[in-house]
Design a protein around this ligand. Structure first.
Ligand code: IPE
Ligand code: MG
Length: 213
């Protein structure tokens, strides 16, 4: 979900104000994806690297998480999907961690998922999974994958990055091995259902060979 601050600048708002606008776009896009039939959606909301931004921006991002997580999770549950969290949530203040724990428990048993990457780093996820798999006594692809945050979710088919940059920025690095990548110049607050459905259509016309043909 890239491009919030540029959106704010374009609309003559303070840069940090773009995040509050971007947050409002999460629900309609998640709903559109789940309604379309997507089984698992992952939102890259706050990367481990984002912690290095200016203190006031980090604080306002944490405030937005504190304010919007519970209402968003209700919307997700209403779509019969659970909310999962990818990343090291021990970084967040206790009250935010409590909100996260409560939300996580509420969705138990649901198969569709909306995963929110918070303090997430793809490299850290790989190191963590390797360590846990080795602790189990065996390091194989299947033992490793059981310890990824995505364990139990389907293959990662599509990655969409808004905001014009053409890179993964430490997002789901292991899972992206055969994902189809989509980059749009649209800034996240302007990304809408019509564009999402257009990308699903483009995806349906791509031939996926997984290296076998
Ligand atoms: C993405 O928007 C949102 C987060 C990182 C939380 P940016 O904040 O990266 O906005 P731009 O890319 O500077 O416009
Ligand atoms: Mg950015």
């Amino acid at each position: 979900m890239d491009g919030n601050r540029r959106w704010a600048t374009k609309h003559l708002l303070p840069r940090v104000a773009g995040h509050a606008v971007g947050v409002k776009n999460i629900k309609p896009i998640v709903k559109a994806a789940i309604d379309y039939g997507v089984q698992s959606v992952t939102l890259y909301a706050f990367s481990s690297e984002n912690k290095g931004r200016a203190k006031d921006e980090v604080e306002s991002l944490i405030d937005l998480i504190r304010k919007h997580l519970l209402p968003l999770s209700k919307e997700v549950l209403a779509l019969s999907a659970r909310v999962n969290f990818f990343g090291d949530i021990s970084y967040f203040p206790d009250d935010v961690q409590q909100i996260i724990d409560g939300i996580y428990k509420e969705g138990e048993g649901l198969t569709k998922s909306v995963n929110i990457a918070l303090n997430y780093s793809g490299r850290a996820e790989i190191i963590r999974a390797a360590r846990l798999a080795a602790e189990d006594g065996e390091l194989s692809e299947s033992s490793f994958e059981r310890h990824l945050y995505t364990a139990g979710t389907p293959e990662l088919d599509m990655i969409i990055r808004t905001g014009g940059e053409k890179r993964l920025s430490n997002f789901l690095l292991y899972q992206a091995a055969y994902s189809e990548l989509f980059f749009t110049d649209t800034l996240w607050p302007d990304f809408d259902k019509a564009e999402l459905i257009g990308l699903f259509d483009e995806y349906s016309h791509r031939t996926r060979r997984f290296g076998t043909s």
